[in-house]
Design a protein around this ligand. Structure first.
Ligand SMILES: [Zn+2]
Length: 66
């Protein structure tokens, strides 16, 4: 069982795996809308998010919100 780590930006637990595009997935934070690395599989997307969390991530994109 793979679990999605809390958001490295806001510490929120409301992180979800969702489609980032056709056939691609990424983890999203519902609180601050951070988006994790996009992968073509659910497991790789989660692993990338969790790894980035540990590395305090540098490559994350935060979509602009108005
Ligand atoms: Zn967040």
């Amino acid at each position: 069982m793979i679990t999605v780590d809390i958001c490295p930006f806001c510490g929120n637990e409301h992180t979800v795996l969702n489609h980032a595009g056709p056939g691609t997935y990424a983890v999203f934070c519902l609180e601050c809308r951070a988006v994790g690395p996009i992968h073509d599989g659910m497991i790789p997307a989660i692993n990338a998010w969790n790894k980035a969390t540990r590395l305090e991530l540098l490559d994350f994109e935060i979509p602009a919100t108005t």
